[in-house]
Structures are given as structure tokens and as C-alpha cells.
Write a protein that binds this ligand. Structure first.
Ligand SMILES: CC(C)(COP(=O)(O)OP(=O)(O)OC[C@H]1O[C@@H](n2cnc3c(N)ncnc32)[C@H](O)[C@@H]1OP(=O)(O)O)[C@@H](O)C(=O)NCCC(=O)NCCS
Length: 407
């Protein structure tokens, strides 16, 4: 029978659920992700769950979750990969590589622009991924003092009727964050927290949802997986005080909130002695571009926005970007940008391996850091460097949160 690599058939899903449980041992989360995505996610297509079969037995799998992702203010076609697993009896034989390399081709032909994931840093660079997203957290310590009690607000458990409101809050909090996923107001998008987790909403006197909080644990530490606030200070304050109470009641020295530095809650916590931590070194948030020209073409308006605030706003020039994923030329003309795939002579040129292009596009690394890599070559001197800096500014990319299930 030999080896098969490709799309799984629905009648094979039960065997896949079972294999995922075996690979992840104690954790039920990954199995839940596969079950909910294959049965509830209306965007799911048959080829999105891919397997390796050896002599009729499923030995390895990967799944992608279809979600639009933000790159600055651009929305692109994203594929979040989760989970990836090889049967414990068949590991270290190349099956994960077989399924992942096959999946990269599939994602390209499906017209995805970029794929992201949170995973082992030693594994995914084999398939073209690079560290490209930061893990940031806000640390609140019980010795911090909450301000005056706001009795006109209360927390209650989330219900389905809150979906529209929490989705709106989520989007208002992530509107310009690179790699943040666009969610819809559907249950399968909104199951944060893991089996022990609780999603609570904060409501005002009129019953309007003005914030939400997903409480659970992250690597055994009590944490808030996600916080959402309408951009008003009171929602931040009530949630902040609530977290202080939880931390005190559990005698915790620190309480972690997985929140982005540009989030309104992060700002509030910062001004109330919260600590913003960016965990360096782990490199576990990864991205891989899939279709260079379509991705950059979608970013044209975003490039124009970036140029608008620079000395290049009224210039005419061309920048060629060359990598093993092909070439793209950015034609800049008096504040307008168009992208083409024609290999024409250009004013400036950037030769860059995929491993460096991924973090450049997400803003995880800037050109001044990347150019230290001998394989990154910038032609056109200081002006070229400056232009690349403007087109690809650094930021705090974070996203690709896979749904964490409470059911
Ligand atoms: C992680 C996991 C999916 C790897 O599956 P696998 O089938 O054993 O992996 P492969 O044999 O295909 O090896 C994958 C690649 O990593 C390399 N590799 C394997 N083990 C390695 C190790 N210990 N250190 C460094 N590289 C290693 C291989 O050479 C291969 O790369 P290549 O194809 O470029 O040569 C599997 O161990 C697993 O299911 N673990 C439990 C679940 C899990 O952790 N999933 C991933 C979550 S991010």
C-alpha cells in the first residue's frame, strides 16, 4: 500500500482525533480544536486537514484554520496551523516533514497569503517559517492598589447572546495589530480558555457589554488568556481591580494577562504600575509568507499610508525584492504604490532569504537588524535602507490565537 500524503477523508476523522490525543498525551485542547474546526467551522474545507498514511494507518497530521489576518491595516488570507502531530510510535521518521511540506504547497495553491502558528522553534523553520510574532504579557501584582470600587458594573458568565458585542470589542482592540486574526460572531471562533477556563463579560447598568475576560492557566500559571475592553477607562479599571482581587484571594505574587502592549488595558495597567513583559528568546510565534506578489499587492494602500508620513511621499522610485519565493517590484510614484512581478531594472534592490523576509513583513525585525545577515543585500545605499525602513516598520506583531475551548 505504501505511503500517502494529502487530504484526509471525513471517514478518517475519528482515527485522526484518536491519534492527536495519543500525540499530545494529557492535553485535550488540540483534539478539541480539530473536532470543532472539522464539525463547526463553516470556512473549513476538506483539504485543510492533511495526513500521512503508511500501509493504511494514519501516522501524521496537520490542520489549518482559515482566518483573515491583519498586516497593519491590510487584511490578507491567513492560514493558522494548529495542531501538528505524529503518532508516538512513528516519530522521527520524517512524517511530520512530509505532511508539512505537502501542506505548504496546498496553502499556496489555495491562495493563502501568509501562514502563522505558535509552535516548537526547532521544527517549523524546516518548512520556511521564522520567528515573527512576540509573546507579550502584562503582569499585575497584588501589592498594587486598585482604585475606588465601581459598583455600577458587574461580571457575569458569557452567553451566546454576547457574541456580537464581544466580537466588536475584540476588533476595536486589535484594529491595526499585525497578525491579529479577524473573528466572526460565531461560537466556534469564541471558545477561549481551555477546559478549566471561564469567559466572563463585564456589563454596565444598562446591561451593555463593555468588556470581557477569559480566565484560565498558561503553562500552569493562572492567567487571563484574553481581555477585551471598550475603549473607556472604566472598563479597564473594573477589570484591573477584579484581577487584583483574584490574585489576592489566591495569594499569587503575580497575575499574568496575555495582552498586547498597544491594547487599552495594557496602557491602563502600565500607568497603574503593571509591568509589560515581552518574552524574548522563545521565538515561538512564527510566520511564513506563501504568495509574495499577491500579499504585497494587497498591501499597496498600507504602503501608501506608510510612505505618506515620510520624505518619500512625493518621490518616484522602484524597489525590487528578491527571495527564494520569487520577486516583486514596488513602483512608487508620488505617494502611489503598485506592485508587479516584472523583472525590470530598479532603483533599489533587496535580496533577502525567506527566513528574513517573514519577520520583515510582520514588523518583528527591521531592515537595520536583518542587514547584519550576510545573505541580506541592499542595493542603493542609505536611501534604499531608509525606504525599506519606511515600507516595513517594526512593531509588535501578535496574533493567530487558536481557539481554546471551554466545552
Ligand atoms: C513534533 C512532532 C510533530 C514531530 O513529528 P515527527 O514526525 O517526529 O517529525 P519528523 O521526523 O518529520 O522531523 C521533523 C523535522 O525535524 C527534524 N528533527 C526531528 N527531531 C529533531 C530534534 N529532536 N531536534 C532537531 N530537529 C529534529 C527532522 O530532521 C525533520 O526535518 P527535515 O525534514 O528537514 O530533515 C511530533 O514529535 C509530535 O507529534 N509531538 C507531539 C505533539 C507536538 O508537540 N506537536 C507539535 C506542536 S508545535
Amino acid at each position: 500500500m505504501g505511503m500517502f500524503v494529502g487530504a484526509a477523508n471525513p471517514e478518517e476523522y475519528a482515527e485522526i482525533y484518536d491519534m492527536v490525543c495519543k500525540a499530545f498525551k494529557q492535553s485535550k485542547l488540540e483534539n478539541a480544536i480539530v473536532k470543532v474546526t472539522t464539525t463547526e467551522d463553516t470556512n473549513f474545507r476538506k483539504g485543510d486537514l492533511r495526513i500521512v498514511k503508511v500501509d493504511g494507518k494514519i501516522v501524521s497530521m496537520m490542520m489549518l484554520i482559515r482566518r483573515p489576518l491583519r498586516i497593519g491595516t491590510t487584511i490578507v488570507n491567513g492560514a493558522i496551523v494548529a495542531p501538528v502531530a505524529t503518532h508516538p510510535d512513528y516519530q522521527r521518521k520524517g512524517y511530520c516533514s512530509a505532511v508539512m511540506r505537502n501542506a505548504i504547497q496546498y496553502m499556496k495553491t489555495q491562495g493563502f497569503d501568509i501562514t502563522i502558528l505558535w509552535g516548537n522553534p526547532w521544527l517549523y523553520p524546516h518548512y520556511g517559517y521564522s520567528p515573527a510574532m512576540m509573546k507579550t504579557e502584562i503582569v499585575i501584582k497584588p501589592k498594587q492598589r486598585g482604585s475606588s470600587e465601581k459598583r455600577s458594573y458587574e461580571f457575569r458568565s458569557f452567553t451566546k447572546a454576547d457574541l456580537e458585542q464581544i466580537t466588536q470589542i475584540y476588533h476595536s482592540n486589535t484594529a491595526a495589530r499585525t497578525c491579529a486574526e479577524i473573528r466572526s460572531a460565531r461560537m466556534w471562533e469564541w471558545k477561549p480558555g481551555g477546559s478549566e477556563a471561564k469567559l466572563e463579560v463585564l456589563i454596565d447598568k444598562k446591561g451593555k457589554v463593555i468588556g470581557y475576560l477569559a480566565l484560565g492557566t498558561d503553562w500552569g500559571r493562572p492567567c487571563a488568556h484574553e481581555i477585551g475592553v471598550l475603549n473607556d477607562e472604566e472598563a479597564c479599571e473594573v477589570i484591573f481591580n477584579y484581577i487584583l482581587e483574584i490574585a489576592k484571594s489566591k495569594s499569587l505574587k503575580e497575575f499574568y494577562c496575555i495582552v498586547h502592549p498597544d491594547h487599552p488595558f495594557a496602557r491602563f495597567a502600565f500607568w497603574h504600575d503593571g509591568e509589560i513583559r515581552i518574552r524574548s528568546g522563545s521565538g515561538a510565534g512564527m510566520a511564513r509568507l506563501l504568495n509574495l506578489v499577491p500579499l504585497l499587492t494587497k498591501m499597496e494602500k498600507e504602503f501608501e499610508r506608510r510612505l505618506h508620513y515620510s520624505e518619500f511621499y512625493d518621490q518616484e522610485c522602484t524597489l525590487k525584492i528578491l527571495s527564494e519565493e520569487g520577486l516583486a517590484v514596488l513602483n512608487i510614484n508620488n505617494g502611489q504604490v503598485s506592485v508587479s512581478a516584472d523583472n525590470v531594472k530598479s532603483d533599489y534592490q533587496l535580496d533577502i532569504p525567506l527566513s528574513c523576509l517573514n519577520p520583515l513583513i510582520t514588523g518583528y525585525k527591521g531592515i537595520s537588524e536583518l542587514v547584519k545577515n550576510p545573505n541580506v543585500k541592499v542595493r542603493g545605499g542609505k536611501l534604499a535602507l531608509r525606504l525599506i525602513n519606511i515600507l516595513f516598520p517594526t512593531g509588535f506583531p501578535y496574533g493567530g490565537d487558536i481557539p481554546l475551548f471551554w466545552e
